[in-house]
Structures are given as C-alpha cells and as structure tokens.
Design a protein around this ligand. Structure first.
Ligand code: ADP
Ligand code: MG
Length: 698
C-alpha cells in the first residue's frame, strides 16, 4: 500500500486532485467558490463534475451519492450509477454539473418535525463545495446540505454553515476595529476527541439490549471494573491494535487526520483524536469516523459501541469538542498575543466566549441532550449537567485584576494604553489541569466536554458559534459607535467580567458542593434531563438570538425541539420494551430453570439421606423465588406504564411521563434482575455478563 504520505487522502477529490485534473480557469473559479462563497456557474460545475467522475471511475467507482446529515443524527445517502445508455447498446459513464450541484431525494421518510407537509415529499440536497468529495466503497460521495422545497433546513449542515457565517461576519467587524483590515475570513475550527468501546461480535449478538439500544439494560457489577486505573493509556491489546491500524488506514485514505489513539479509563474503552480542522469538515469527518469505526470493527469480529453509557457503573463515552477561531492568515483569536494591543483583542474574544456561555448555558446543554447522554452527565465521570467555564488560575487572576482595577502581579510592569496590565504569555501546562470542567480553556482553545459519544458535533458547534457571534455583535455595535474606542473597550471587558463571572469555576466540577453552589448561590441552570432542557430551545431569548443571526428560522427551531424530544421518547420506549422482553423471555426462565435444578438437587440429596439438611439449596430456591416474583411484578408495572404513555397529550407531556414514570421503573426492574444474576449459575444465565463483555477482547 505504500507509505502513509503516499495514500493519505487517496480517496478524496482534494485540492491536489483538483489542480491536476481541472483547467487553470475552472480551478480558479472553483477556488473562489470554496474560499469566498462565490456562486458557481454551470459551465464550471459541468467541468468539475466531469473531472470528479473521471477520477472516481479510475478508482473503480460506479455510483455517486449526495451525502447528507438529516436530523436522525446519522448520515444518509442514495446511490445513483453514472451509467447512461449509448446508441450502440452499451453504456457510457456520465455525471453533469446539475447532478453535482443539486439532488432530489425523496424526503418523506426523514424527520422534519412538521416542516414538510407529507404531500410535499420532495426535498433537495445542495453541494457544499467547502467539504471535499470522497470515495466510499464504489461510490463517490458528495457532501451536501438538505433542505425542503420551501427553503427549510432539514439537516444539521445548513445551520452549521449559517452559524459559521454569522461568526465570521461579527468577528470581522471586531477585527476591523482593531485595525486588522487584511483579514478576509474568520473560521471556527474543531478537533473532536472520540471515545468508544469495543466488544466481541459474538457476545454482542447474544445481548438484545446491546443490539436494540446500544447499551446494556441489565448486568451486575463485575468483580473488577475500572478501580485499578490500569486501563487508561495501558498497553493496547493485539486485537485492538489491529483494529486501530486498519481504522487509521481507512481514515487516512479519506483525508481524515487521525492522530492520537489510546486506551481510556474503562476496560474495553478507547479514544481516537484527529488533528483539528474547519468546523464543517471536522463535522463531516467525525460522522465518517463513527461510521468507519463500526465497519472496521465488524471486519475484526468486534462491535464498536458509541453509546454514551453502555455499562452502568463504568465510565461512559463522550466527545471532547476542542474549539477555536482563527483568521485566514492563521492567527488564532483565542491565543494570547505578544503585544498589548493583541492582548486586548484576545481579552475581548475571551470575554465574548465567557458572555456567550453564560447567556446561553441552556443552548449548550440542549445541544448535547439525548437520552443516552443523560446517563452520563453528572455521573461523576463526566461534567455535570451544569455548564461552567474553567480558565485556570493565571487567566482568572488577570480577569480579577481587570475587574478590580488592581495591577496584576504576574504581569510585567508596563501598563498598556487600556489600563490593562500586559498579559503574561500563557503556558499550556498552567491552563490544562482541570479535567472536570464542562468547558475548559486550554491555552489557545476551549474544550467543550459535555458532548455524548454518539452525538453529531454539529449541534454543539452551531450553538457555540452562534452564541459567540451574538456576543461579538453586541460588542461591535457598542465599539463602532464609541467616541473613545479604548475607554469603551476597557469598560466593556470589565463589565463582562462583572456580569458573567458566575459562569467561571476553577474547582472540581464533579463535586456535589459545586452543584449546590452553582444552582443555589450562582443561579446557574441545571437541566438534568433532555425532557427538562429541550423545551427551553424555544425560550424567547434563544429564538431571538438564533433567528436574528439567521442561523435558524422559528419554524426550524420548533421542528428541532419536536424531533429531539421524539428521539428521546422513542429511544427510552425501545429500551423499556426491550427490558420487558428480556425479563420475561430470558431472565425469568433462566432463574426458574436454575431454581428448579437446585430444588431437584436437594431432592436427590434427601433421597440419599433424610438427615442431610439441604439448607443451602432451600435458602437459595427461596431467595430466587422471591426475586422472580419481584421481577414479574416490576415487569408488569413497566409494561403498564408503556401502555399509559400512549395517552400522552403531546410530545412535551410524553417526554415528562418518560422521565417521571418510565425511567424510574426501568431502574427498579433492573435491581432484582442484577441481584439474581449474581446468584444464578453462570451456565444458566442467558447472556454474557459485564465481566465477559468488558474483558472479552483479548
Ligand atoms: P488532550 O485534550 O487529550 O490533552 P490535545 O489538547 O493535544 O489533547 O488535543 C486535543 C484536540 O484538540 C486535538 O484534536 C487537537 O487537534 C485539537 N486542537 C489543538 N489545537 C486546536 C485549536 N487551536 N483549535 C481546535 N482544536 C485544537
Ligand atoms: Mg482533551
């Protein structure tokens, strides 16, 4: 296969291929479209389509697809072949500019949350030329946005691109005020660290809960879990190493910058981190990474679990969204600068983030809300459901000094014009010590750690980009009209620190005392579940901000609230039904069979000698029998609750019933089942245990 440098990006129609296959004229007008958003004329589109097709066919491709990200959270594709009949009875391979730019998949089976009346089934996909086309299997995949004919976004890419544009527009206004006129574009970049579990396919197949819901709904705690801390960064097992090797190759061929791999805290848990890139590309790449992880795992007889909490009592999997904003000249706007002026600019962008996170805590919480992630947030392994920012002691002291107009002791003596002490240059090491914060400044970027492992990163970045764009918009409005720029700037920075310092917390985010302080003293929001937070998507301030920046229309927001709540309800209902089935058809019969055999053994012993006590057997059968009754009762209750949910008035009512009735009953049913597991002979238990699953990959 050659060396990595030879095959990296070999399946991508990237800049190298464009340069080599397009005429200079076509290439330069396509570049204009990619870099500056200039409209593409059909002549150019035809030339690009033809070159793409020739390139793809030379690599054995027969089909193309518009690849998009509907609101299901996964990607969708409909394949069309390139073939066109020729008069002589044969075929030629064709692909036109029109087919490249626009597709018309039947949209009726994708969730739209009422945006698309069912009679108007057509939706259309539109090429996103800023994300390169690539080959998967025998298909050329063209990254696209997905909209309804009435213009509503039915996907995650469209609002993401809009949020990037909003951020670009507002950041450029600020940079202009700082005399940074050469900058043409500001883009947000993301490096998402992806956690996952690997289990053997053989064991996975024996667990209906894993197959239907992605997580175990039953399972006693194994004798050994993660308490020894011996897995994190541990030696990677040969079978896992082979998986990682092939995964890297597949990702590299697709131009995905897979960089870091290691074992995570829980047994059987691992992480992959790519090198960061532009947000929409990072989002496409993360979707592809999740898909390819599952495909490659299957080839190795493994299953890759992307659920946020596959195992109770063991760490769940998240995704760390490392986020920063930079100019087209490569200046990271979240990096403290060398000169006082640069530092003032840095402080302003820092303040914009602080204000954004405080003002829109709810949107950030909403952006990571799923039934799966609810099990993880606040479970002493991941940040709590309360959003706060970690800045580190050094930066915190700088902000305090500004707020109180006292000189910052760590700074050099010189005062900058603004009256702000010169900032010391930050050392990454001094800022990246806190692993418990949901939103941590790590030297030149923020790490948003609340995302669930299976989440698309689009939602979190839409909210982050938008909220920061809104802070910048407010700042720019004020500064553009200021009589004295520097005074106004200083005053604004000070005011932001005063007004929003409640969101800054540098202590241990997993501590219960923090939860109390956050909610009682600081008045921060604490939405424990998806059902709690999702309705707030439509709070007036949120609708106002997102619509005024042009990221969502009000109808799009309504549809998203409904879809997210529907997803929440459907996931939990599937879990509850799976539990009922497993309890009735597998767990109870297994305990029953074991109890019967124990009773038989006791009878056999008695037949040998009446003097034998059989105390153990009798006691065990009694205990198992009590558990069986308890399981039967709890199963019936859960079953009944499932029936009652059908009476819910609307999706809000349904989600509240699920949170208040269904989920507690599910936990209650689990208890006697897990107890019985520890008392039943292993050969009788109907599926692999936690110990089997977590330590099964050799
Ligand atoms: P860790 O968080 O495990 O210490 P790193 O901080 O080295 O690891 O990197 C984590 C992720 O952050 C990587 O995906 C990396 O590419 C990404 N990253 C680094 N710098 C930036 C940046 N300026 N903007 C966005 N992401 C970044
Ligand atoms: Mg990290």
């Amino acid at each position: 296969m050659g060396t990595v440098t030879d095959y990296f990006g070999s399946m991508v129609f990237d800049d190298r291929v464009m340069k080599a296959t397009l005429s200079a004229k076509v290439y330069s007008s396509l570049k204009k479209t990619i870099d500056e958003g200039k409209e593409l004329d059909i002549g150019v589109a035809n030339a690009v389509a033809n070159a793409m097709k020739d390139w793809a066919v030379s690599k054995g491709t027969t089909h193309y697809t518009h690849w998009f990200q509907p609101l299901t959270g996964i990607t969708a594709e409909k394949h069309d072949s390139f073939i066109t009949p020729s008069p002589d009875g044969g075929v030629i391979m064709e692909f036109s500019g029109k087919e490249l730019i626009k597709g018309e998949p039947d949209a009726s089976s994708f969730p739209s949350g009422g945006l698309r009346a069912t009679f108007e089934a057509r939706g259309y996909t539109a090429w996103d030329p800023t994300s390169y086309a690539f080959i998967k299997g025998k298909t050329l995949c063209i990254p696209t946005a997905f909209c309804s004919y009435s213009g509503y976004a039915l996907d995650k890419k469209t609002p993401l691109l809009r949020s990037m544009e909003a951020l670009n527009k507002q950041a450029l206004r600020i940079l202009k005020l700082f005399d940074n006129k050469a900058v043409k574009r500001v883009t947000s970049s993301v490096g998402p660290e992806q956690e996952y579990f690997l289990v053997t396919k053989e064991m996975y197949d024996q667990r209906p809960d894993l197959r239907f819901t992605g997580r175990t709904l039953f399972g006693a705690k194994p004798p050994k879990g993660q308490e020894m801390d011996d897995h994190y960064f541990g030696v990677i097992k040969p079978r896992v190493a082979e998986f990682m090797e092939e995964l890297n190759d597949e990702l590299w061929k697709l131009g995905i910058l897979a960089k870091t791999e290691h074992n995570e805290v829980a047994p059987a848990q691992h992480e992959l981190a790519p090198i960061y890139t532009t947000t929409n590309i990072a989002t496409d790449h993360n979707q592809l990474t999740m898909e390819i992880m599952q495909k490659v795992a299957a080839k190795h007889g493994l299953v890759c679990l992307l659920h946020e909490k596959p195992f109770v009592g063991v760490n769940g999997s998240g995704k760390h969204n490392n986020w920063s904003i930079a100019t087209d000249a490569g200046q990271n706007l979240l990096s403290p600068g060398e000169t006082p002026y640069e530092n003032a600019q840095f402080l302003l962008f820092l303040c914009a983030v602080i204000k954004a996170v405080d003002d829109y805590q709810d949107l950030l919480r909403i952006s990571v809300a799923t039934a799966g992630n609810d099990h993880r947030l606040g479970a002493n392994e991941a940040p709590p459901a309360v959003v706060s920012i970690f800045l580190g002691d050094e930066l915190n002291a700088v902000l305090e000094a500004i707020e109180t107009d006292t000189p910052y002791k760590g700074a050099e003596k010189t005062q900058m014009k603004l009256g702000v002490d010169v900032l010391p240059k930050f050392n990454r090491d001094t800022t990246d010590r806190n692993r418990t914060s949901p939103f941590a400044f790590t030297g030149n970027k923020f790490e948003f750690r609340m995302l669930g492992s299976s989440n698309s990163i689009a939602c979190a970045n839409i909210m982050l980009n938008s909220a920061v764009a809104e802070s910048l918009r407010i700042y720019a409005d004020r500064l553009e009209n200021a009589e004295n720029f520097e005074e106004k700037l200083h005053e604004m920075i000070k005011k932001t620190i005063k007004d929003h310092k409640r969101i800054i917390f540098n202590g241990n985010g997993y501590d219960d005392a923090w939860l109390k302080e956050a909610t009682e003293k600081r008045g921060l929001m604490n939405y424990r579940t998806t059902a709690d937070c999702m309705p707030h998507l439509l709070d007036e301030k949120n609708v106002k901000m997102l619509t005024s920046l042009g990221v969502f229309s009000e109808d799009e927001l309504k549809s998203r609230r409904d879809i997210m709540l529907e997803n929440y309800c459907k996931s939990v209902i599937i879990e509850a039904n799976t539990m009922v089935d497993m309890a009735r058809t597998e767990i109870t019969p297994a305990i029953e069979a074991y109890a019967a055999d124990v009773a038989k053994a006791a009878a056999a012993k008695k037949a040998v000698s009446d003097a034998l006590s059989c105390r153990y057997e009798t006691g065990l059968v009694e205990k198992l029998s009590v558990l069986i009754d308890e399981i039967a009762q709890k199963t019936d209750e859960l079953d009944l609750a499932l029936v009652r949910i059908k009476d819910a008035e609307d999706i809000l009512d349904e989600s509240a019933m699920i949170r208040d009735n269904l989920l507690p009953l599910m936990s209650e049913l689990r208890v006697p089942c897990d107890k019985a597991e520890r008392m039943t002979a292993k050969s009788y238990w109907p599926f692999p245990t936690y110990a089997d699953l977590l330590f099964g990959v050799k």
